[in-house]
Design a protein around this ligand. Structure first.
Ligand code: PGA
Length: 249
């Protein structure tokens, strides 16, 4: 059987109730046979509305964040627990996204979010990646290794973690790394995951300016299990175009 390819749609702070019409179109597109595994991460307050208004859901929902507090309930104003996510059929969560790191998520905070999500069987999409300075100074691998190993504990590793490499300098810029660079980074991520976390066949995604224009080169990268998509996931037309470009080109 052909391996499914992930496309994770990260809407960030975008969308609204009227985005339902985009999801209806995406759902319809996915009702034809395909090998895509689609996870849509809208702002979580819309998810219930979308899920109840879509018939025969062909994709999964994810959250863009989860509480750092590893408790199901409690006096933690503003927090949403992993238990609340799973009870609302939100099966995935993005953890470690660079935009959340910028807002204060440290490796330690990310580790706690991971612990909480996995305890409630919410699958984690663990994001990491270097910034432009790191890259210029040849520090990419060092930075990536530190991000992974300081947040993902050996004891925590399970099939429920999907790794997502997102070079910060590529997010929202339209610039994607050269294929050689990505092959080099991906084979080293694989090595790190195997050597330190004993993972033989980890799922590793790429994120950063993925679109119908860039997908052709990106899909040739070795060891790739799919993509994390921001801008191009916001409209059904660009997202479906992206899926079609992946499939047909
Ligand atoms: P982008 O965002 O596709 O708009 O570059 C990707 C992300 O932030 O996950």
């Amino acid at each position: 059987m052909k391996k499914s390819i992930y496309f994770v749609a990260n809407w960030k702070m975008n969308g609204g109730l009227n985005s339902l019409k985009d999801l209806v179109k995406i759902n319809k597109f996915l009702s034809k046979p395909n090998s895509f595994k689609i996870i849509v991460c809208p702002p979580i307050l819309f998810t219930k509305f979308f899920a109840t208004n879509l018939k025969k859901l062909k994709f999964s929902f994810g959250s863009q964040d989860v509480s750092v507090i590893d408790k199901d309930f409690g006096a933690y104003t503003g927090e949403v627990s992993s238990k609340m996510l799973i009870e609302n059929r939100i099966q995935y969560v993005l953890v470690g996204h660079s935009e959340r790191r910028t807002l204060g998520d440290t490796n330690q905070i990310i580790k706690h979010k991971l612990i909480s999500a996995l305890r409630n069987k919410v699958k984690v999409i663990f994001c990491f990646g270097e910034n432009l300075n790191d890259k210029k100074n040849n520090l990419s691998l060092k930075v990536i290794k530190k991000q992974i190993l300081s947040s993902v504990d050996k004891k925590l590793v399970s099939k429920n973690i999907i790794f997502a490499y997102e070079p910060i300098w590529s997010i929202g810029t339209g610039i994607v790394p050269e294929k050689e660079y990505l092959n080099y980074i991906f084979s080293n991520i694989k090595k790190i995951l195997k050597e330190y976390l004993k993972l033989k066949n980890p799922e590793i995604l790429y994120g950063g300016s993925v679109s119908s224009e860039t997908i052709n080169d990106l899909k040739k990268v070795n060891h790739l299990s799919g993509f994390l998509v921001g801008g191009a996931s916001l409209k059904s037309s660009s997202f479906i175009n992206l899926l079609k470009s992946y499939k047909y080109n």
